[in-house]
Each structure stands twice: as structure tokens, then as C-alpha cells.
Design a protein around this ligand. Structure first.
Ligand code: SME
Length: 152
């Protein structure tokens, strides 16, 4: 099955899974679990804005991770500053990349908005170099649109 089709199937499951009647954290936890079960990601998780300066670790799947990221720092802080998705094919080539785990080789980080305001990011890591493409961007963007609509 190609990646685009797989995202389509997983995102259909996501729509059924997310429950608008529970706190966002419960839905975010299930979001990560569903994605982690279906894709060979090394790590997937949410970082959410706690104030004007920091992101804090939210629900995730994978090894333990950094708990706080300052605005403008690392890939996540950079995405916050720019408000745009970043695909990093080789994390060692990204100046200021925050290495929570040395086995992570490539990364995609997407911003999440709520009522047009920046809310946080979804960070996905891989143990393979150059693992993320436009297909991941499209599939994960659609998943986050569902998350924003049903969980925030
Ligand atoms: N690498 C990220 C930090 C988060 S971990 O990968 C889970 C960054 O540079 O922002």
C-alpha cells in the first residue's frame, strides 16, 4: 500500500477515534498511539505552548524526550517562530537541532493552530535519513486538521 493511501485509511480511523467530549490530552495520546502503530516512526509527539516563550512536552510514543523547548530553538522552536512545516532530511545538518535521542536521523515538524493562533507542534522522528516527504506532510496535515476540529 502506498503512503498516501495508508494516511487516508489511518486518518479515517482517527476521525472515529477522537472524542470531542474529553480533554485534548486524551485525544492527543490516542493520536500518537494510532500513528505509532501504523507507521514505522521512531518517535511521535506533541509539544504545546505554555506561555509566550516555551513549548512543553505533551503526549507521545517512543523514547523519553526533552520536556521544554524555547521559542526559536531546535526544529520545533523554529517552526513556532516561522509558523510553517519543516522537513529535516538529516538532523545533523540542521543548525541548533535539539537531540533528545541520538538515534533520531530525520524529522518533520508541523505547526498546530487553534482559532488561527499558534497552539503547538507535532514532531515526528525517524531512525532513517530522509524518511519524510511531501506525502507525510499532506497526510499529517490532514490528521492535524481532524485533531484541531475534534480535540481542541
Ligand atoms: N529534535 C527536536 C526536539 C524534540 S525531539 O526530537 C523529540 C528539535 O530540534 O526541536
Amino acid at each position: 500500500m502506498n503512503k498516501a493511501h495508508k494516511y487516508q485509511l489511518v486518518n479515517t480511523k482517527l476521525t472515529q477515534l477522537l472524542d470531542p467530549n474529553v480533554a485534548w490530552i486524551a485525544n492527543a495520546a490516542n493520536f500518537c498511539s494510532l500513528m505509532f502503530e501504523h507507521f514505522p516512526f521512531f518517535w511521535i509527539g506533541f509539544y504545546y505552548k505554555t506561555d509566550e516563550n516555551y513549548l512543553q512536552l505533551g503526549p507521545f510514543q517512543g523514547p523519553t524526550a526533552c520536556t521544554k523547548i524555547a521559542k526559536g530553538k531546535g526544529v520545533c522552536g523554529h517552526v513556532w517562530q516561522k509558523g510553517e512545516t519543516l522537513i529535516v532530511p538529516d538532523v545533523h545538518q540542521f543548525p541548533g537541532h535539539i537531540a533528545c535521542n541520538e538515534n533520531s536521523k530525520s524529522e518533520i515538524v508541523l505547526p498546530i493552530f487553534h482559532n488561527k493562533n499558534f497552539w503547538g507542534v507535532l514532531d515526528v522522528d525517524s531512525q532513517q535519513l530522509d524518511n519524510f516527504s511531501h506525502k507525510d506532510l499532506m497526510g499529517l496535515r490532514e490528521a492535524l486538521d481532524i485533531f484541531e476540529e475534534k480535540a481542541l
